[in-house]
Design a protein around this ligand. Structure first.
Ligand code: FAD
Length: 400
């Protein structure tokens, strides 16, 4: 049995937890990460082959952390986003050129993000990676929190950050309230090849059975996220490649010409999970542990990374990183962005998964109107890039 003291313990070394540790790598904080699965394990839930659309604001955060140079060779630029509604007129087009930025975002697989983050962590003397193990018990005190792991190790820290995903163990151990909404939708992901080049365009297409997105990738492939009603996924996963492509073509249309190949398919059930009080005495929940979103707008990790940048900013130079006032400052800073993204994402799911013809007409008119009104379009682009509010130091390119 070992007893160890840290300044900060991060529970969950997935994309968000590992990003927080990397953001703090040059500070004097003594950090431990507790992770259930090694980065190379097939069971590691964070680092699979799903493609992540990283907003331009997230790219800037990774630049300031010093990791973008390792991510960039594996990423594909999004220069334009085309948003449309199947069966209705009207579309909105966002463009990096119009927004005067080098890219609206970048597409990169979660697996590569995992490799880069974990390599960076392995080079740090102030960060201990404790894996594979799980937290089984925790006790809060006025000056520290003590954790017991499943191998009977005892650890203590001034601050615990729970980044242990949508089914957070820390949330359960604290008996925190949460709201859960099952969308009865499932996302099917796969890589798709097409006759015509994607030209770095991302497509978001709303259909009566749910939204679908095609994100540009290397070798003229696109990464598909296709939302369908739960219950239909077994049939869709079992379709022959030819039948799958033909059904997808019918939903997506011919903007990329004929869809020619489909890679391995995976499915993810979709839920909105929101923790009621994500900040407790010397404990903060971030990323999916605080807010697990529908992937419709590609905002889940981007929102989690903005949590990381703000929290790192607040605690980087503190003597006591778990002090109540600091955690209060963090909540004040992040609450509005979190509420806003959750609300917009949830409304999009409901508005665009409805087959009412009148609503369809209004959606089409809305998309056409946004396209015609530059100031509204600019605000939408700024929001989707994560640039629409006060930026922490990392978001402004300043390392900690
Ligand atoms: C199909 C799909 C497409 C998506 N596309 C995008 C996109 O384009 N853009 C975007 O921004 N977001 C996207 N997302 C969302 C994104 O994947 C999540 O927001 C992100 O994975 C959240 O990371 P996290 O680290 O908070 O949680 P997770 O990825 O769930 O990681 C949690 C980590 O904690 C570990 N863990 C869990 N329990 C314990 C425990 N008890 N003890 C120790 N460790 C534990 C797990 O092993 C894991 O490593 C998408 C999601 C899906 C499903």
């Amino acid at each position: 049995m070992k007893n160890q003291d840290f300044d900060l313990i991060i529970v969950g070394g997935g994309m968000v937890g590992a990003s927080l540790a990397c953001a703090l790598k040059n500070t004097s904080l003594k950090i431990a990460i507790i992770e259930a699965f090694s980065v190379t394990s097939e069971q590691q839930p964070s680092y699979d082959d799903r493609a992540i659309a990283l907003a331009y604001g997230s790219q800037r955060i990774f630049e300031a952390i010093g990791l973008w140079e390792h991510l960039a060779p594996h990423s594909t630029v999004i220069s334009d986003i085309h948003i449309s509604d199947r069966g209705h007129f009207g579309a909105t087009r966002l463009s990096a050129k119009e927004e005067n930025v080098p890219a609206l975002g970048q597409v990169i697989t979660a697996r590569i993000i995992g490799r880069v983050l974990n390599k960076a962590l392995s080079l740090q003397d102030n960060i201990e990676f404790i894996c594979p193990t799980k937290v089984v018990h925790l006790e809060q005190y006025s000056n520290s929190v003590e954790l017991t792991l499943d191998d009977d190790q005892h650890l203590s820290a001034k601050l615990i950050v729970a980044a242990d995903g949508g089914h957070s163990t820390i949330r359960r151990l604290l008996s925190l309230g949460m709201s859960e909404q099952d969308y009865q939708q499932t996302a099917i992901t796969a890589n798709i090849s097409s006759e015509r080049p994607h030209q770095n365009r991302a497509f978001e297409r709303f259909t009566d059975s749910g939204p679908l997105a095609l994100l540009p990738m290397s070798d003229n492939r696109c990464s598909l996220v296709w939302t369908i009603s739960t219950g239909d996924e077994v049939d869709i996963l079992n379709l022959s490649d030819q039948d799958f492509l033909s059904q997808l073509q019918d939903r997506f249309g011919y903007r990329l010409g004929k869809l020619t190949h489909v890679g391995q398919r995976h499915s993810y059930p979709l839920k909105l999970i929101q923790t009621d009080q994500a900040v407790q005495q010397r404990i903060v929940l971030i990323g999916n542990a605080a807010h697990n979103l529908h992937p419709i707008a590609g905002q889940g990790f981007n929102l989690g990374l903005r949590d990381v940048a703000a929290l790192a900013d607040v605690i980087a130079n503190a003597d006591d990183c778990g002090e109540a006032q600091l955690l209060h400052d963090y909540t004040q800073w992040r609450q509005n962005d979190q509420d806003n993204v959750i609300q917009v994402t949830d409304s999009l799911v409901k508005l665009f998964s409805n087959s009412n013809p009148l609503l369809g007409y209004c959606r089409g008119a809305g998309l056409a109107l946004i396209d015609a009104l530059s100031p509204i379009k600019h605000r939408l682009a700024q929001k989707s890039m994560g640039l629409d509010r006060k930026q922490p130091r990392l978001g402004r390119g300043i390392s900690l």
